[in-house]
Design a protein around this ligand. Structure first.
Ligand SMILES: [Zn+2]
Length: 383
């Protein structure tokens, strides 16, 4: 058995959000012509191509992917919303499935396949077919809420795959680590009152959705304390992310003792992303992957499933993806080495945690220290 499973399907490229000016109001943008939507099929196509050309693809255990069933999707979404997506997707011109979740004819089928991809990765890991797995799916999922699509997301791929595993009893305690640069509001909604799922979102504060992912969102009822938001300031960089993972995410997740680790793997914290300002390098993603693998190894028998989310730099995000796959497989590729050593290396990653990031981490620890014994891991700023 090779250790790393891989879920990919060429049909993931068929969903086409069309032309847009991202960030524009709902009415036609009056000042500029629309351009190619940033959630472009090439986002995942180029990562897949890079895996092929580096030879890494041959190291991966391909996992078959099938469209999810409507009953699976209904584990999270309302039947009304699902029918709305079906109706829109059958129309020429299509439309928007909610807020900023554009779709065109046939998008529904691709979205079902993306959910199926997340399910396939989680199931393969839980069945022990592979040690860990990466589902390179699109459209992304973590913004979609039960009753509508949001932020390029139609269905909550991770939320559905985790709910399904819990319902089937193949997993009992799941930690979701969402390192997409935006808040994982949809996944948060899915498990807000659920103490079987620890939902941890690292994100750029106030980015999208601008009013969610704050420190006062901690879960409700049985789920209080099981929603952990780590809002970080713009410019946090590799060192700040590593500090947030080491001081906040890992201590809480270890106390939670998951039997499965799922990562919502957006690559839009990258240093070249057009939609965010977090300046994380490929090595930063390598480091976060290492942490997720270590956590899974310590608590969950190594069981780790990563599901692709955002990441909009067509030039740089593929290198971040490659770094993740290199870390998962333990194989360093020649192309990866050359690319990382080239111009990219000269743009040095941040080596120190900035003052704003220190403060953000300290504030996060102060809030979640009420629920988890993590005081020993307090940041220097909090001591
Ligand atoms: Zn994102």
């Amino acid at each position: 058995m090779t250790r790393t499973g891989y879920v990919y399907h060429p049909h993931f490229l068929l969903h086409d959000p069309g032309l847009a000016v991202v960030g524009s109001p709902p009415q036609p943008y009056p000042y500029m012509d629309p351009e190619e939507h940033v959630e472009h099929p090439r986002r995942v196509g180029r990562i897949h191509e890079l895996l092929e050309r580096t030879g890494l693809l041959a190291q991966l255990d391909r996992i078959d992917v099938h469209a999810a069933s409507l009953d699976d999707v209904a584990l999270f979404h309302t039947r009304d919303y699902i029918q709305h997506v079906i109706d829109l997707s059958a129309r020429d011109g299509a439309g928007d499935a909610g807020q900023g979740a554009r779709l065109t004819r046939g998008s529904f089928e691709v979205a079902l396949l993306a959910v199926g991809g997340a399910i396939a990765a989680v199931d393969a890991v839980l069945a022990g077919r592979v040690q860990h797995a990466y589902a390179l799916v699109r459209p992304p999922g973590h913004h979609a809420v039960a009753s509508m699509g949001m932020g390029f997301c139609l269905f909550g791929n991770v939320a559905i795959a985790v709910k399904r595993a819990l319902a089937r009893g193949t997993a009992q305690r799941v930690v979701v680590i969402d390192w997409d640069v935006h808040h994982g509001n949809g996944t948060q909604e899915a498990f807000y009152d659920d103490d079987r799922v620890l939902m941890v979102s690292l994100h750029q504060e106030g980015l999208y959705p601008s009013d969610s992912g704050t420190l006062d969102e901690v879960g409700i009822g049985r789920g209080e304390g099981y929603t952990v938001n780590v809002p970080l300031p713009a410019g946090t960089g590799d060192a700040g992310y590593a500090a947030a993972v080491e001081r906040v995410v890992l201590p809480i997740a270890r106390r939670f003792r998951p039997d499965l680790v799922v990562v919502s793997s957006g690559l839009d914290a990258s240093r070249s992303d057009p939609l965010a300002r977090m300046v994380v390098t490929a090595d930063g993603f390598r480091s976060m992957t290492r942490s997720a693998m270590a956590l899974a190894g310590e608590c969950a028998g190594g069981r780790l499933a990563l599901v692709h989310e955002g990441g909009y730099s067509q030039a740089y995000a593929p290198l971040c993806g490659l770094a993740i796959f290199e870390e998962l497989t333990g194989v360093r590729t020649e192309i990866g080495r050359l690319a990382m050593n080239d111009a990219i290396r000269r743009l040095r990653p941040t080596r120190e945690v900035g003052l704003d990031a220190e403060r953000a981490i300290a504030e996060t620890l102060a809030v979640y220290g009420r629920y988890w014994e993590i005081a020993a891991a307090a940041s220097p700023a909090a001591r």
